[in-house]
Design a protein around this ligand. Structure first.
Ligand code: ATP
Ligand code: MG
Ligand code: MG
Ligand code: MG
Length: 477
């Protein structure tokens, strides 16, 4: 008999004489009630075991974590808080689980402990929910762009290009570590480690993406991105997923409109398709909030926050206006910002970004027209000669979730800027071809997928929204 998913059983419109389902035991109470979960939904189905007719040998093996198959009838449930339960006539242990040793017992585990057990934490309610929401969000990303006629482009993961020039790259080598090419002075020559050429893991697919946008009109990438972030923050990973649309004939305003529309679409999609999981995550957060002092508690629940984003426009202000606000603000009664922000031209730190979003405007903020000096070389220089058409989208609890810009379409200006930064024309000859042959205004942005998942799930550490977080502390499996 073909097994039916727990989700479908719980959503059944009638009772059923005979069903089979397979899953893992979450809890087993009074030698009779199994809460069974198969990953299809946050909800467990209650299975009522006929313990008098079940051999002791089998009963003994019904422990948290065991894989089982149950056959029986789907009947109306009186006590379980759910419409249906399974009255079990046949129970088979598919894979037992040593009750003493199984780490995911049904109790509260610290997030730290769960991170160390990334291969098993997905068996908890919270991580099951997070991973389903993540999956639905990635589908929503494709759905949004495909509906709008964007072409999905897979930009290279191994590349010679360093889009940001930020020096956060992992180098790639094809050679045995003890046989890397050496310089005359005996040091390893990293310039030749990929079959005689220098390469690194991509930090962004943007530059390659631009070349495709200048032929296909509107494209997006959605792939893994790598940055040697040797710091332990709650919003940086060494391996993360980035979504990067790039659109020809779009300026900075079009770019901001696209980003806002896109973010609303995917959040709405998650609300429509992950209602049970989000409700669970919301109640989990409410539980957590209870242990905090009143003043630190969030003013909105998770679902209220998500709906707020759907219903309110993001506040758009220039970098210069933001600096004016920050200069005249004190984040709280006693303290100033840890990094003072008195100088025009300074880069904003996460404390400033979060102040603008959480305290000042109390809504997502788009900052635009940043000083050219603190942004990458490819951004369109404004007529003032000192700011560029860049934008960052800042979200509550996180800070930056999007970085984007209108690109410098003028060949001479671009080359001039590259020169000033020591980037040679030869190095990026292929990129400059986009400006040599049919150049036009174009713009795009990069959204860190995990930062989006953080916001939607209400989690606070980026390591908890990716299956296997890569950080300086954690790369074992
Ligand atoms: P940050 O200021 O937070 O370090 P960034 O300005 O270096 O981010 P960008 O180069 O603008 O990042 O990349 C675009 C987006 O990718 C960011 O807005 C962010 O959402 C995401 N992102 C960047 N670095 C990381 C990282 N190490 N881990 C997860 N997401 C990241
Ligand atoms: Mg960074
Ligand atoms: Mg930044
Ligand atoms: Mg950025």
């Amino acid at each position: 008999m073909r097994h039916t998913k727990v989700k479908d059983l719980l959503n059944s419109t009638t009772t059923l004489a005979e069903v089979n389902t397979k899953g893992w035991v979450r809890t087993f109470r009074n030698n009779q009630f199994i809460a069974l979960n198969d990953g299809s939904t946050i909800n467990n189905i209650q299975c009522v075991v006929d313990f008098e007719n079940t051999p002791d040998e089998t009963l003994k093996k019904i422990t948290t974590g065991a894989a089982i198959s149950v056959t029986g009838s789907l009947v109306e449930s009186k006590g379980a808080g759910q419409k249906y339960e399974i009255k079990v006539s046949e129970l088979e242990i598919l894979g037992d689980s040593d009750a003493e040793k199984f780490p995911m017992q049904p109790k509260k585990h610290s997030l730290e402990f769960l991170r160390e057990n990334a291969h098993l934490r997905v068996r908890t309610n919270a991580f099951g929910a997070i991973m389903r929401v993540r999956s639905v969000l990635s589908f929503a990303v494709h759905s949004y762009f495909q509906q709008k006629g964007f072409v999905y482009v897979n930009t290279p993961i191994i590349t010679g290009a360093d889009a940001e020039g930020a020096g956060e790259m992992f180098q790639v080598t094809s050679l045995p570590l003890d046989n890397l090419p050496k310089n005359e002075d005996g040091n390893i020559d990293y310039k030749k480690d990929f079959f005689g050429k220098h390469t690194n893991l991509t930090v962004s697919g943007q530059l390659e993406g631009e070349t495709f946008a200048m032929a296909l009109g509107q494209i997006y990438t959605f792939g893994p991105t790598f940055r040697a972030e040797n710091s332990n923050t709650s919003r940086h990973l060494a391996e993360f997923w980035m979504i990067e649309p790039e659109v020809a004939f779009n300026d900075l305003n079009d770019n901001m409109d696209l980003a806002e529309d896109f973010i609303r679409y995917v959040i709405k999609y998650a609300l429509d398709h992950c209602a049970d999981d989000l409700k669970f995550l919301e109640s989990r957060l409410l539980e957590e909030e209870k242990s905090k002092p009143q003043a630190e508690r969030s003013e909105m629940t998770l679902l209220e926050k998500l709906n707020f984003v759907l219903e309110n426009n993001f506040k758009r202000i220039s970098y210069t206006e933001a600096i004016d606000i920050l200069r005249n603000s004190t984040p709280n009664k006693k303290k100033k910002f840890q990094y003072s922000i008195d100088e025009w031209g300074a880069d904003l730190q996460s404390e400033h970004e979060r102040y603008l979003v959480e305290k000042h405007f109390k809504c997502p903020v788009i900052l635009f027209d940043y000083p050219a000096k603190i942004k990458a070389f490819y951004m369109r220089l404004n007529e003032d000669g000192k700011t560029v058409r860049a934008m960052d989208i800042l979200f509550p609890g996180i800070g930056e979730i999007v970085g984007g810009s209108q690109r410098e379409e003028r060949f001479e200006v671009l080359v001039e800027k590259m020169k000033a930064l020591g980037i040679s024309e030869e190095e990026l000859w292929w990129y400059l071809d986009t400006r040599r042959f049919g150049s036009a205004v174009h713009s795009g942005f990069g959204l860190g997928f995990e930062r989006l998942v953080l916001f939607v799930t209400g989690m606070t550490n980026i390591r908890d929204v990716i299956p296997f977080p890569r950080t300086p502390m954690n790369a074992e499996f």
